[in-house]
Design a protein around this ligand. Structure first.
Ligand code: TRP
Length: 329
C-alpha cells in the first residue's frame, strides 16, 4: 500500500517534470520565433546633410506603411560622416551583425555595402546612377543582391529653367566631388544639355570639402552661374558655396530643394522624403519574400520646379509668370 502511494507520487512528480520541461521548450521556441519575425535592418547613411536625413525619415515611414514598426523591426543605423574608410568598416559591421537586409543611403554607402556582402540583400537609397556606380548591370532585372531606388534628376529641365530665369548667363561653373561616382554621370549629362542650350560649361572637381572655398573663388571669377549635381560632399558643406556666391552676386542652381531653401536660386527637383518612402517600402517587400532579382530599380525622374524668391530678389531676377505658376514655392 505504502509502496503504491509512493509510486503514485513519484509518477505524478515525473509527469509534472515532463510538463514543466515541455512548457519551457515551448516558451523558448516561441521566443525564438518572435525574434525570427523581427526584421533586422542595417542602414548606412554616407554623410549628414538635410536631403539624406530626409530620405532616412522616409525610409522609416515606408517600413511603417508596410507594417514594420515597434517590435517588428530593429534598425541598426550607422552614419559614415563622409569618411570612405568608415564606409568600409561600418559596412562590414552591419554584415557581421547578421542583419537581414541592408540599406545604403547615397552612392558611396551603397557601394560599401555591396562590396561587403554578396548574399544579404542591399537596397540602394537614392543612388543617381546605379549602373555607372557598378551596383547593378541591368536596372530592369538586377542579377545580384542589389536593387533599390534611383534619383535621376531632371537635368534637361534644369538647364531650360536656367535659360529662362537667367538668359544672360553664358558660362556655367560646375562644382562637384571627384570621388563620387554619382556626380560624374550628372555632370556629363548637364554638359550635354547645357551645350544644346548654347551654354559654356567649365568643371571644377574638388577632392574634399577643404578645397571648396578656394575653388569657388576661381569658379566665380570665370563663370556667370553655378550648377551643382546631387553631390554629397558639396551638399554637406553647402553654406561655404552659398556665402561665396552671395559675395559675387551670382546664382546657384542646385539639384535638390533643401539646397534651394538654403540659398540656391532655383531647380527642378525630386522629393527626397518620397525617395526614402519608396526605399523603405521596397526593403519591406523584399523582407516579406520578394526576390531581389524580381525587384527592378525604381527610378524617380520627374521633378518639380522650385524657386527661392528671396534669392531671386537680391539678384534682381524677374520670375516669369508661367514659371511662378508651375513652381512648388
Ligand atoms: N543621389 C545621391 C547619390 O547617389 C544622394 C543624394 C540624394 C544627394 N539626395 C541628395 C546628394 C541631395 C546631394 C544632395 O549619392
Amino acid at each position: 500500500m505504502k509502496n503504491k502511494r509512493l509510486l503514485a507520487s513519484l509518477l505524478a512528480l515525473a509527469a509534472l517534470i515532463v510538463i514543466l520541461l515541455a512548457y519551457q521548450a515551448y516558451d523558448q521556441s516561441k521566443q525564438k520565433n518572435s525574434n525570427a519575425n523581427t526584421f533586422k535592418l542595417g542602414v548606412l547613411q554616407y554623410v549628414s546633410h538635410e536631403a539624406l536625413d530626409e530620405i532616412y525619415r522616409g525610409v522609416k515611414d515606408g517600413l511603417k506603411k508596410e507594417g514594420y514598426s515597434g517590435k517588428k523591426v530593429k534598425i541598426e543605423f550607422l552614419n559614415a560622416e563622409g569618411d570612405q574608410s568608415k564606409v568600409q568598416t561600418m559596412s562590414q559591421t552591419l554584415v557581421n551583425h547578421n542583419n537581414d537586409l541592408l540599406i545604403g543611403i547615397a552612392t558611396p554607402s551603397a557601394q560599401g555595402l555591396a562590396s561587403a556582402t554578396k548574399s544579404i540583400p542591399v537596397v540602394m537609397g537614392a543612388v543617381t546612377d546605379p549602373v555607372g556606380a557598378k551596383l547593378v548591370k541591368n536596372l530592369k532585372k538586377p542579377d545580384g543582391n542589389v536593387t533599390g531606388v534611383s534619383d535621376k534628376t531632371p537635368i534637361a529641365a534644369q538647364a531650360k529653367l536656367m535659360k529662362t530665369l537667367t538668359p544672360n548667363v553664358k558660362t556655367v561653373g560646375v562644382l562637384y566631388s571627384s570621388s563620387e561616382d554619382n556626380s560624374k554621370s550628372q555632370v556629363e549629362e548637364f554638359k550635354q544639355k547645357a551645350k544644346e542650350k548654347g551654354l559654356k560649361v567649365s568643371e571644377y572637381a574638388v577632392p574634399s570639402t577643404n578645397e571648396i572655398s578656394t575653388t569657388m573663388n576661381v569658379l566665380l571669377e570665370k563663370s556667370d552661374a553655378v550648377w551643382l549635381p546631387l553631390d554629397n560632399t558639396i551638399a554637406s558643406a553647402f553654406p561655404t558655396v552659398v556665402s561665396a556666391a552671395k559675395k559675387a552676386k551670382k546664382p546657384i542652381y542646385p539639384s535638390v530643394d533643401t539646397m534651394v531653401d538654403q540659398g540656391g536660386l532655383a531647380s527642378v527637383v525630386v522629393n527626397q522624403y518620397e525617395l526614402g518612402l519608396a526605399t523603405g517600402k521596397m526593403a519591406a517587400k523584399i523582407h516579406k519574400g520578394q526576390k531581389v532579382t524580381d525587384t527592378p530599380v525604381y527610378i524617380f525622374d520627374k521633378g518639380k520646379p522650385i524657386i527661392n524668391k528671396k534669392v531671386a530678389k537680391t539678384l534682381d531676377i524677374n520670375i516669369p509668370a508661367e514659371v511662378l505658376k508651375s513652381s512648388a514655392k
